[in-house]
Design a binder for this molecule. Structure first.
Ligand code: CA
Ligand code: CA
Length: 307
């Protein structure tokens, strides 16, 4: 299988980056990813206040998708996430939603192991006497933006980026815009576990291998980014103001239901209000991210599918 090794990292999404590989549609390939500290965290027990922010959230890539042209939509199937045997989580001063109230901080490294009886993977949060069930997901996934701006991999946006959406796990499909020839796909910032909000600014951050395949969808205009899981389709939106991010995600879902399912605007909004869930992806990036989940069972046309 083609492997994009973790020596190929970028710290921003930009059309100027030279692709490190060309890939075809419907062919599995593997991204090796660094952890969110870019390998700066090597031990635990102290507060890494001095992490070099310029190296935060590296993404592996970018990859040129053969045949992808501006105006297309890139569907990225997340086939498998293999996480390293250890990861870290941190909380402290000036970070996350409570950072203003904290004076110190702590970083905990923990092993990721398999239960001998069940084979289920868990993180051993020994300091708290707990086992954490894994919820493996991709924090950063995106394509190059349409103009000559470069967007830091710390930022979420219309191009994807640092969405920290815990729906982006094994078995999900991420829909992203193709703004430049080849799309220039990159991903990184894998979490072995993360709750909605990522309140402290950190999931269980780890190196990983992510197996994906891609498809290029033509002739459709979706309110991107979107994610499809085996249970629901979601619209994902980011804004400095969380209320606005939620509003944009709702508006995008209404647009999707009107455009692709044939609902009237009012019926679409009623459906979102009755069976859709507005959720927080993350509260801790420069722009906050919200999503609206809409159950697949209420979609008849199924324009987009989980893998
Ligand atoms: Ca992140
Ligand atoms: Ca992270």
């Amino acid at each position: 299988m083609l492997t994009i090794t973790r020596e190929h990292v970028i710290y921003d999404m930009c059309r100027e980056h030279k692709p490190v590989a060309n890939v075809n549609q419907d062919t599995d390939f593997l991204f090796e990813t660094r952890d969110a500290s870019d390998g700066q965290v090597v031990t635990g027990g102290e507060w890494y206040a001095g992490l070099d922010r310029r190296r935060a959230n590296p993404a592996t890539g970018p990859v040129y998708i053969n045949g992808a042209m501006p105006g297309d939509t890139l569907a990225v199937s997340i086939k498998r996430i293999d996480v390293a045997s250890a990861g870290y989580v941190r909380a402290g001063k000036d970070k996350g939603v409570l950072g203003a109230y904290l004076h110190g901080g702590e970083l905990v490294r923990m092993n990721i192991v398999k239960d001998a009886d069940t084979g289920a993977e868990y993180a051993d949060f020994r300091a708290a006497g707990l086992r954490i069930a894994l919820n493996k997901m991709v924090g950063v996934i995106g394509t190059a933006p349409p103009d000559f701006r470069s967007i830091s991999t710390i930022e979420p946006g219309l191009h994807g980026g640092n969405l920290d959406d815990k729906d982006i796990g094994e078995g999900s499909v991420v829909l992203l815009p193709v703004n430049v020839p080849g799309a220039l796909l990159a991903l990184g910032d894998i979490h072995a576990a993360m709750g909605d909000g990522e309140s402290s600014i950190s999931g269980l951050e780890c190196e990983a291998g992510v197996t994906v395949s891609v498809k290029v969808l033509r002739g459709k205009v979706y309110p991107l980014p979107m994610v499809v899981t085996p249970r629901h389709v979601s619209t994902v939106a980011s804004h400095e103001d969380l209320d606005k991010a939620a509003e944009l995600a709702v508006a995008n879902m209404v647009d999707y239901l009107c455009g692709y399912e044939g609902f009237s605007k009012y019926h679409a909004l009623m459906m979102v209000s009755m069976v859709g869930d507005v959720r927080i992806c993350q509260l801790v990036n420069p722009k906050k991210t919200a999503r609206v989940e809409f159950p697949l069972e209420y979609l008849t046309k199924r324009e987009v599918h989980p893998c």
